[in-house]
Design a protein around this ligand. Structure first.
Ligand SMILES: Cc1cc2nc3c(=O)[nH]c(=O)nc-3n(C[C@H](O)[C@H](O)[C@H](O)COP(=O)(O)OP(=O)(O)OC[C@H]3O[C@@H](n4cnc5c(N)ncnc54)[C@H](O)[C@@H]3O)c2cc1C
Length: 392
């Protein structure tokens, strides 16, 4: 489905196209098989320089208020932005977790002083953020988290551990869920605290993955002192704020992926046609089904954007987009690898098809049905909070 563009939308798109034609690094191509977070870990400064150019031209955070570096643009222009970036083959930007997750928390719940202190540096990529939610034993059951923040005078003292912290190895700041009132009902005793990762007592340990990369860390807090003014909202409002963030996290995934999945599907289709594989009835059936699901993903993404048009947070419906995106991602890239026959088992070396890009995407797609809440959790949310069915 295409957006119907107003004259303002067309002017925005044309300005962006001119910018990308002029400024996009000429020597850029997406390294085969690398996930976004792997790329950030290995090409960080190069991507940050590109990010900075986009920021200076106000093509990052376009829906934000102008005073924090945005353009007050309507939410659907995010779809135009995302489509044009993919169309131009532009490099990705950095600080994804800061911009898509921490910033909405600050914009909806932060004090004026917090907005003034953090938002511009976050948007420009000067300060990089990571997300401290999960703990050993507290993933899907996030409200069971135990990292403790104890108020002592004008500061908190934080003790505990986070895990699976994406970008933790080079982040400057963490937005972190902490238990502020251990005796309160578990959803009510949580705060949303901003922690300087370079503070004494913070120990960041990269986790080595099967791919060889280290995109995630475990982070330990030993008597870490955090100023009281770093608490966002009320010290027991953390669960509400976390849900705002999760809505954005899930909602943004459908939109961010729709254009790139479409582009990959078209590329795959061309390859299949060139090889005459379209005569195979199974290939035809699977390709047709994928086309339908890609259209559904696009519609769900646009629906989330429509809800955000008036400044509303995405809400529980965002789980539908997250579910569509992550399940479709696995189907799309498994289909791509299946079409390679025995070559599908090669992801590097001279015989790997397209340098192993499809294999990398297929393996990375396994993570999509886990992070930001697993598929089972998304279905629970849709059943209870969208459909109004009782808890099991
Ligand atoms: C690539 C990646 C990046 C991540 N980045 C971050 C990050 O930056 N910051 C951060 O805080 N966390 C991060 N995480 C962690 C992520 O949020 C958790 O992995 C996720 O919430 C699942 O928790 P868990 O791994 O503890 O699994 P568990 O909660 O132990 O779940 C195990 C299985 O049980 C199922 N299950 C659990 N409860 C239910 C239920 N009630 N009903 C039905 N099924 C259920 C789950 O669906 C899953 O299949 C990341 C994870 C991945 C994979």
């Amino acid at each position: 489905m295409e957006l119907t563009l107003t004259p303002e939308d067309r002017a925005f798109r044309d300005e962006l196209r001119d910018f990308l034609a002029r400024e996009k690094p000429k020597d850029w191509s997406y390294p085969a098989g690398a996930s976004y977070f792997e790329l950030c870990a290995t090409e960080f400064e190069r991507l940050r320089a590109w990010h900075r150019k986009l920021y200076d031209a106000r093509f990052i955070g376009i829906t934000w208020p102008e005073e924090y570096g945005g353009r007050n643009a309507p939410a659907h222009q995010e779809a135009i932005l995302s489509d044009e970036m993919i169309r131009a083959g532009a490099p990705p930007t950095v600080n994804l977790l800061g911009i898509t997750l921490c910033a909405p928390a600050l914009l909806h719940h932060g004090s004026d002083a917090q907005k003034a202190r953090y938002l511009r540096k976050l948007l420009s990529g000067e300060e990089i953020w990571c997300q401290g939610y999960s703990e050993p034993g507290s993933g899907s059951d996030l409200a069971s988290l135990r990292t403790r923040a104890e108020l002592r005078g004008d500061h908190y003292v934080v003790n505990g551990q986070k895990v699976w912290t994406t970008d933790g190895a080079y982040a400057d700041w963490m937005f972190c869920l902490v238990r502020t009132e251990p005796d309160a009902p578990r959803h009510k005793g949580i705060g949303f605290l901003l922690i300087d990762v370079r503070s004494p007592g913070v120990d960041v340990r990269p986790l080595r993955q099967i791919t060889g990369g280290s995109e995630f860390c475990e982070v330990f807090f030993n008597d870490v002192v955090v100023p009281k003014e770093n608490m966002v909202g009320h010290p027991t409002q953390g669960w509400e704020i976390a849900n705002t963030v999760l809505g954005y996290e899930r909602g943004s995934q459908a939109l961010g992926s729709s254009a790139s999945f479409d582009a990959d599907f078209e590329l795959l289709l061309e390859q299949l046609k060139d090889r005459g594989a379209g005569r195979d009835p199974e290939v035809r059936q699977r390709a047709a089904q994928l086309k339908i699901e890609l259209a559904v993903l696009r519609l769900v993404a646009l629906k989330t954007l429509a809800r955000m048009r008036d400044g509303a947070a995405p809400g529980p419906e965002a789980s539908m987009g997250k579910l569509c995106k992550s399940e479709l991602e696995q189907k799309l890239y498994s289909f791509a690898v299946d079409q390679q026959g025995p070559y599908g088992s090669l992801w590097d070396g001279t015989h790997a098809v397209d340098g192993g890009r499809w294999q990398g995407a297929m393996l990375w797609a396994r993570a999509g049905t886990i992070y930001a809440g697993s598929s089972e959790i998304q279905r629970n949310i849709i059943a209870q909070r969208v459909l109004g069915l009782p808890r099991g």
